[in-house]
Design a protein around this ligand. Structure first.
Ligand SMILES: [Ca+2]
Length: 108
């Protein structure tokens, strides 16, 4: 993997510090309908890099609120913030297909 990643600021994201913590988590897929290569992460991804750049076509948000971006380093949001759920086709939620270059957790 050539991803450039960083730990999520849990306090900023609103994750409770008491008790056990369910970390924000997302899974991205190369193709629609959760097909092709997949990558699961609990990190912010400043740049998906290499073979993943401009390739994401479906997403599972396991936990947290996630924003996706057209450019690396969280520049130019694509579509709405996505909460937990299955997103088999990014264009159905307003995220252009094969355009995501970075993403991060913006809430919990
Ligand atoms: Ca794709």
């Amino acid at each position: 993997m050539e991803f450039i990643t960083a730990a999520i600021d849990l306090k900023e994201a609103g994750v409770a510090s008491a008790g056990h913590i369910h970390l924000p988590e997302v899974v991205i897929y190369y193709d629609k309908d959760f097909k092709g290569s997949e990558y699961r992460t609990n990190l912010n991804v400043l740049f998906v890099g290499g073979v993943w750049n401009d390739q994401i076509s479906s997403i599972v948000v396991v936990s947290g609120q996630w924003q996706f971006y057209l450019h690396r380093d969280f520049v130019e949001p694509l579509g709405p913030v996505l909460g937990p759920g299955y997103y088999p086709w990014v264009e159905a939620v307003g995220i252009r297909n094969d355009q995501v270059s970075s993403f991060r957790c913006v809430g919990y």
